[in-house]
Ligand binder design. Structure first.
Ligand SMILES: Cc1cc2nc3c(=O)[nH]c(=O)nc-3n(C[C@H](O)[C@H](O)[C@H](O)COP(=O)(O)OP(=O)(O)OC[C@H]3O[C@@H](n4cnc5c(N)ncnc54)[C@H](O)[C@@H]3O)c2cc1C
Length: 508
């Protein structure tokens, strides 16, 4: 390649998911110029909002960590720290319950922000396991406390690791040991009741889409402990408020986001990333490229050199989603109803396609998302593109199949929201094909998961086999979830910034 070619920016970012935007915002704030290319007309990917008929729906995520105020929590409260650094405000509303679980045998329990209230409610259902419950959740708190003591940074950045290790040697060793442990195996050291162990499974499944044995203790420490410390906070204006604020931060410091700009190729020359080619054929060059696409899309589609292909089976591919975005008459939501719910009818099928229903009604916290007197119900179940790929998009058969799945989900949800089917006034349905198409995600997948025996540290990190090609987002460590991809964005930016000789300041 001609070395004198004009650079579009120091760093090009492929995709404006939360991982990509976080990395771009922190680099840009540090004076490293960034250019983000996003295929859609809006930012945020699985954490965006979209409008329909007077409603503003969350496209995916709606349970948010990371907005706590505790100034001593090192790797946690990242949203608060990042927005403070960028000088951009995201207002939030505290949610008293992370998820209200509705489980077989009439087992119903809200995961309260108030830790004691939650543990007492669990012990009331399982009095014979009261001590085990305390000891197991204490383990998660210990992980939380260790993470709280450490500043966020890249595990590939030796200087960062050295400074963390030197400042807190015992905590670093403890964290390394815990990162190899499984949440489910840890639970089994203290708990023996099968129904309670199923509950621990659904606690893991709620965000990891895997049972507790397959879920690393470290991730559990973040999701199931921080809900009682930093808590769950909903951004005013919906999930899209997060990417919108990150974009504001990028632009405030001079960076650019180009919408409706799909990257079709990451340009690699002699084992080194040089830039990207867009769908319109234009080429843009940079000193480094960050891919916010999945590991499969990055290496099996955007990088054309087959030597870098990633075997589909290298990781477990998480399923995709069938989603219902409903505008409903407000009277269907009873007084005191919580925002987020998980519904399991039968433990035998909770982890099968469609087995668990997730749903949220964010208008309980932020009524401005719907017309007066109306609510949003966002419900979703797992699904696979294979079940849908024989339908022609827009065909009557496709529409009928979507309606059938939606009717089944609504009917099951009526067990806790009687009258829901009659209250629906607006219905937007999205299949795994929609998810695949809108977000350019391989098979619409929620992303790669660890196989049994694989360790969380075997997840792709931010560097890749291609020089100057980096990755951020839910294919990289630590994994799925908005706070997790925010961490990946921070660690990606901190690695690149140090490489560019402008290390990031610690996020305060
Ligand atoms: C239904 C659902 C519910 C969820 N609920 C929660 C929740 O409650 N709480 C939580 O924390 N997490 C939740 N998640 C997970 C969370 O939303 C994701 O893990 C996270 O948002 C993924 O971020 P990401 O940075 O990996 O990028 P993505 O969200 O995948 O975004 C990638 C972006 O890159 C763009 N892009 C891809 N390829 C290209 C290309 N070639 N050129 C240009 N642009 C491209 C896409 O259009 C997209 O905008 C949920 C996810 C889903 C699907």
């Amino acid at each position: 390649m001609n070395e004198s070619v004009a650079l579009s920016a120091d760093v090009i970012v492929v995709g404006s998911g939360i991982g990509g935007l976080t990395a771009a915002a922190l680099l840009q704030e540090r004076g490293i110029s960034t250019l983000v290319f996003e295929k859609n007309r809006y930012a945020g990917g699985s954490c965006s909002s979209f409008q329909r008929g007077g409603y503003r729906f969350d496209a995916g995520a709606s349970v948010f960590y990371g907005f706590g105020e505790n100034s001593t929590s090192g790797t946690l409260n990242l949203h608060t720290r990042i927005f403070r650094k960028l000088g951009v405000e995201v207002r939030t509303i505290a949610d008293p319950v992370q998820i209200h679980y509705h489980l077989p045998n009439g087992f119903s329990i809200p995961a309260f922000y108030d830790r004691l209230a939650f543990l007492d409610a669990l012990a009331a259902r399982f009095p014979h396991e009261a001590e085990g419950i305390k000891l197991f959740y204490r383990e998660l708190d210990e992980v939380y406390e260790i993470l709280s003591a450490m500043p966020a940074g890249s595990l590939e950045d030796v200087t960062h690791l050295f400074s963390v290790g030197a400042a807190s040697p015992l905590k670093t060793i403890a964290l390394a040991m815990k990162s190899f442990r499984s949440m489910g195996k840890t639970a089994r050291r203290y708990i023996h009741d099968e129904e309670l162990l199923r509950f621990i499974d659904i606690e893991a499944y709620s965000w990891a889409v895997q049972d507790a044995v397959a879920t690393p203790l470290v991730n559990a420490g973040i999701c199931l402990a921080d809900r009682h410390f930093g808590g769950i906070n909903y951004p005013v204006g919906g999930s899209g408020a997060i990417p919108e604020a990150l974009c504001k931060g990028i632009e405030k410091f001079g960076g650019r986001i180009c919408y409706q700009s799909e990257v079709t190729e990451i340009l690699v020359d002699n084992g080194e990333a040089r830039g990207v080619r867009l769908a319109d054929g234009s080429k843009h060059y940079a000193k480094a490229v960050i891919s916010n696409a999945t590991v499969w899309d990055t290496f099996n589609r955007l990088v054309t050199d087959s030597r870098y292909r990633v075997d589909e089976k290298k990781f477990l591919r998480a399923p995709s989603w069938f989603q219902l975005f409903l505008g409903v008459d407000g009277s269907v939501i009873p007084e005191g109803f919580y925002v987020h719910h998980i519904l399991v009818d039968d433990w035998k099928s909770y982890n099968q396609p469609g087995g668990t229903i997730y749903f949220s009604a964010p208008t309980i916290l932020d009524p401005s998302l719907a017309p007066a007197g109306k609510h949003i119900v966002h419900a979703f179940v797992t699904g696979e593109v294979e079940e849908w790929q024989n339908y022609e998009r827009g065909s009557s058969a496709y529409l009928a199949a979507k309606e059938e799945v939606a009717a089944g989900v609504i009917a099951r949800t009526e067990s806790i929201l009687p009258g829901l089917s009659k209250a629906v006034e607006l219905k937007v349905l999205a299949t795994p094909l929609t998810h695949e198409r809108y977000l350019n995600r391989f098979k619409g997948s929620y992303g790669p998961l660890m196989k049994p025996g694989q360790n969380i540290l075997q997840k792709p990190q931010n560097t890749t086999p291609i020089k100057n090609l980096f990755a951020a987002g839910d294919s990289t460590f630590p994994g799925q979830g908005v706070i997790a991809v925010t961490y990946s964005g921070v660690s990606c930016a901190s690695y690149i910034a140090r490489k560019f000789g402008k290390p990031l300041d610690e996020l305060l």
